[in-house]
Structures are given as structure tokens and as C-alpha cells.
Design a binder for this molecule. Structure first.
Ligand code: ATP
Ligand code: MG
Ligand code: MG
Ligand code: MG
Length: 479
């Protein structure tokens, strides 16, 4: 007797075959003549309906079949009498693996709030919403690897524990084996990290970029796809303390090549999700439509989820400089009417509200901004001739704002060390990084895409904590 995930079974098993399905009960409904059980095993948004005749199952077994219980059911696939499904399973035998006390099981067959589900993150993958998100997340991760593999990139694993701070933003989690209550001290009273495990201060990585550059300047085109950690005050709907970053890095690429790659890459992986996750996306689109109805008219989104995805894959991204964008923003209606929460002028780092204005209201297209002021960007970006800006690029999406940050990298040793000294980074601490400019330096470029920002966009969810299985945010590390 075959055992197939429900997703495959619904697609391939012929009517009349005997099959076994295994999964968790979503609902049970009893009528005069029959018992209907909706079973889901996480492989698809669609439940399989299992039907038993009234009196067929022993009373004790029937009592244990409640929402959340896990069971295996064997029987014949028959054409369904009910609407909305082609087949159902006529039960011959059922085995209960694990009951779920209906008085205590937190997931009941109704729509729970996302806030509530965040409190039971260990169980929420058993809901339609979260299983759909996690399947889409999986498909996107696969598409990422596929894209780079298809385009001649090598997957490079960069270290998770590092001694450098790539962004220079000081948002690092310290890694130490020293006793925090009684650390060894140096003569002048500082913590003596030479006695620590690595013999120096170490942190969880905030980005794999610096090491990624080493890879690109040896292998040509590489990408990293690994966890990154930022101890920023990430109490927003777009920041996590632990997130997965995709960072391609390419030798012989300049800013324009970098933009072309970023645009082609996001469009390709979104297309992949549209092709491979149609059922899950349709479910989330409907869910979102219901949610939108509960909002005030002016807060409702103008585009449905699928329209937003089409918006990205079918439009050519608008490319303009930061300076041009500031001009637009300064003269925009919200700026004139004081409707932006943060003021905008040349030199400030753009906030999500400004980025979204450019995408959603002004251009009505995804946007790539380039040539940011060097003061608001990291030291490694290639300086422009004007001495004021750098060859940076940020890709901006509707509903999100920045989804990608990247740049052409500074390949001139003197300019790079001078810039490091200006921002207070001792070149000695990353001598290995500078060696790539000392020996066989080459023009190169790359970018970072926060994987959860991509999943957030593709699923249409409103909070980044809902697109990662176990979110890490301030005061949130229980599951
Ligand atoms: P933001 O302006 O949104 O804080 P950033 O400019 O600090 O982002 P970068 O250092 O440019 O971020 O990192 C590259 C990408 O990583 C960003 O474009 C974004 O997609 C993602 N990212 C950055 N910080 C976070 C975070 N805390 N949680 C999730 N994704 C993040
Ligand atoms: Mg940030
Ligand atoms: Mg930013
Ligand atoms: Mg950025």
C-alpha cells in the first residue's frame, strides 16, 4: 500500500486505488450518515477529506479524532460527493498516532490573529497561513540557489563567527566563552579577550560581504546565503535580529552590471514562486483581501498580492541617482505638507516612507537609487569622482522600501585605506581584506538581499516576524 504526501496524492493517485494518508486533523464533522475528517500533512494548502460511515469507527477512536490529533488513515480513493474537491478517502482503517486534548490544544478551526500565533510560534506551522508561507519560503530559497547555479556563481560559505564588523555600524552580538560575571581583566582593567576562546574579540557576522569579496577575487562570481545577526533595535515590521542574507559578489562587475543582475535576479525568483506556489499564493491573496476589508479605505492597499508580484516582474525598474530622488522628495506633496515623519534633504539616509513614496506614488514602478552620499554608506563602496558620493545602489519595492543594498566596491588600495582611517577603522584589523587590493586588485561589485524581506514581499505579509519560522527580535528568543 502506497504512502504519499497529500500534495502528490491529490495530483497523481488514480480513483479506485488504496492509499494511506498521514497527517493532522483540521476539522471533524459528523452528520447522520457519515463522519467527515479534513486531514492535512503540511505538503499542501489543500486538505484531503476522509469519510467514514456512521458507526463504522469505534466510539473510543472517534472521540480521539479532534482538531490537532495526528493519525494515519487507509482506504480507497473515491470521487468526492462534496463540492470543491475531486477525490476523498473512503476509510477502511484508522490509526491514531497522537491525540490533542481539545480543551488544551491552542489551534482551533477558526482564524487566529497573527499576534496570537506569534506567541505560539512552535505550533503555527500547522495553520494554513504559516504552512503556505513556509512552503513559499522554501521555494524561494531553492530558486535562489538555482538562479546562481544557472548563472555560473559558486556558493561560498562565509564564517558566522567573525572578528570584523563589515558595516561598521556596531550592531554586533558578542561571542565569548568567558565568564560574564567574572571575566579575566588586563592590568588596566579591561576584559582580557586574549584569554577568550579565539584569543580575541569575536562577534556573530552582520554580513558575509568582506569574506565574499575574497571569494569573488578568486573564483569570479560567488554568492553567500547564510544567517546574519544584527543587535539593532529591530522593533520594526522589517527588521529581525537574526535574518538570512543573500550576497552575490562578482569580479569585473561595475555598478551598472550589478543593477542588471539585481533586477534580473529578483524578477526570476519571484517568477519561480508564481510558477511553483500558485495554490499557496492564491490562498494568501484571498487571506489578504479579507484582511484589507477590515481596514479603513485610505489604508487599503491599491494592489492585490498577485498584482504586486506582477508589478515587479513586468516593469522595468526605474534607475536614478540619490540626488535626483532627493529633488523629487523635497518637492513632493507630503514634504510640502509636512506629512513625512522624517524630514528629507540631501545627506540624510532615506526612510522606508520616502522610498515607498518614490515607488508607489511617484514612479509607480520599482526603483533603483544610486550614487548615495558617502557619509551615509559603508567604507568599502567605490568613491565617485565628485568626492561626495559613492557607487551605491538600493533597490526599492512597494510596501517595503529597501529590499536590496549593494555597490561597486572600492578597488583602489590608497583610497580604501584613507576612507577607513576617516571613519576610524584601523586598516591593520582587516589586513587580509586589503591584501586583495594589494595583489591583483580588480573592479568588482555585489549586493545584499535580506531573504526575509523577499519572503515578506512575495507572501504579502505585513510583519517580517511572520515569514521566518522562529523569529529573533528584542525580547523574543523563546522558540
Ligand atoms: P535598512 O535601511 O532597512 O535598515 P540596511 O541599509 O541597514 O537596511 P544593509 O546593511 O544594506 O541594510 O543590508 C542589506 C539588506 O539586508 C537590506 O537591503 C535588507 O534587505 C536586509 N536587512 C538589513 N537589516 C535587516 C534586518 N535587521 N532584518 C532583516 N533584513 C535586513
Ligand atoms: Mg539598517
Ligand atoms: Mg538602508
Ligand atoms: Mg542598505
Amino acid at each position: 500500500m502506497s504512502y504519499l504526501p497529500i500534495q502528490q496524492l491529490l495530483k497523481t493517485a488514480p480513483i479506485g486505488t488504496d492509499v494511506t494518508v498521514k497527517g493532522w486533523v483540521r476539522t471533524k464533522r459528523e452528520s447522520k450518515n457519515a463522519v467527515f475528517i479534513a486531514l492535512n500533512d503540511g505538503s499542501t494548502i489543500n486538505n484531503i477529506q476522509i469519510v467514514a460511515e456512521a458507526g463504522q469507527l469505534p466510539e473510543e477512536t472517534l472521540k480521539l479524532i479532534t482538531t490537532g490529533a495526528c493519525l494515519a488513515a487507509t482506504g480507497q480513493l473515491v470521487e468526492s460527493q462534496g463540492a470543491g474537491q475531486a477525490v476523498e478517502l473512503k476509510i477502511a482503517h484508522v490509526q491514531i498516532y497522537g491525540p490533542a486534548d481539545p480543551d488544551k490544544y491552542p489551534l482551533q478551526p477558526k482564524r487566529h490573529s497573527l499576534e496570537f500565533l506569534r506567541e505560539i510560534a512552535h505550533l503555527r506551522p500547522r495553520t494554513n497561513t504559516f504552512s503556505a508561507i513556509l512552503r513559499i519560503r522554501h521555494a524561494l530559497a531553492f530558486a535562489v540557489h538555482k538562479y546562481f547555479n544557472d548563472n555560473g556563481f559558486y556558493y561560498l560559505n562565509t564564517p558566522i563567527i567573525t572578528a570584523s564588523d563589515a558595516e561598521g555600524a556596531g550592531e554586533m552580538f558578542r561571542v565569548t566563552t568567558l565568564d560574564a560575571t567574572r571575566p579575566p581583566l588586563t592590568e588596566d582593567g579591561q576584559v582580557d579577550y586574549s584569554q577568550d576562546f579565539f584569543g580575541r574579540e569575536t562577534n556573530l557576522t552582520v554580513s558575509g560581504q568582506l569574506e565574499g569579496e575574497l571569494g569573488a577575487l578568486a573564483l569570479g562570481k560567488i554568492y553567500t546565503f547564510g544567517p546574519t545577526f544584527r543587535a539593532e533595535n529591530s522593533n520594526t515590521t522589517r527588521h529581525l535580529a537574526e535574518f538570512w542574507m543573500i550576497e552575490p559578489e562578482m569580479a569585473f562587475y561595475e555598478l551598472e552590471d550589478n543593477m542588471n543582475l539585481a533586477e534580473d535576479f529578483v524578477k526570476t525568483v519571484i517568477r519561480y514562486a508564481l510558477q511553483h506556489c500558485a495554490d499557496d499564493l492564491a490562498f494568501l491573496e484571498n487571506r489578504l483581501k479579507e484582511e484589507e476589508k477590515t481596514k479603513k479605505k485610505e489604508e487599503q492597499s491599491e494592489m492585490s498580492l498577485l498584482e504586486k508580484l506582477q508589478f515587479v516582474i513586468s516593469n522595468e525598474f526605474v534607475r536614478l541617482t540619490y540626488t535626483e530622488a532627493i529633488d523629487i522628495l523635497v518637492n513632493s506633496k507630503p514634504a510640502r505638507k509636512g506629512q513625512f515623519q522624517y524630514e528629507v534633504s540631501w545627506g540624510v539616509d532615506l526612510q522606508s516612507e520616502h522610498e515607498r513614496y518614490l515607488v508607489e506614488k511617484h514612479f509607480k514602478k520599482p526603483v533603483i537609487l544610486t550614487n548615495y552620499p558617502r557619509e551615509i554608506k559603508a567604507f568599502y563602496m567605490k568613491q565617485d569622482e565628485d568626492g561626495k558620493t559613492v557607487r551605491a545602489m538600493d533597490v526599492l519595492f512597494p510596501g517595503i522600501g529597501e529590499i536590496i543594498g549593494g555597490s561597486q566596491r572600492e578597488d583602489d588600495l590608497d583610497k580604501l585605506t584613507a576612507r577607513m582611517q576617516e571613519v576610524g577603522i584601523d586598516p591593520e584589523t582587516i589586513w587580509w581584506y586589503l591584501d586583495t587590493r594589494r595583489f591583483g586588485s580588480a573592479p568588482h561589485a555585489g549586493f545584499g538581499l535580506g531573504f526575509e524581506r523577499l519572503v515578506l514581499f512575495v507572501t504579502g505579509m505585513g510583519n517580517i516576524r511572520d515569514v521566518i519560522p522562529f523569529p529573533r527580535a528584542p525580547k523574543q528568543a523563546e522558540f
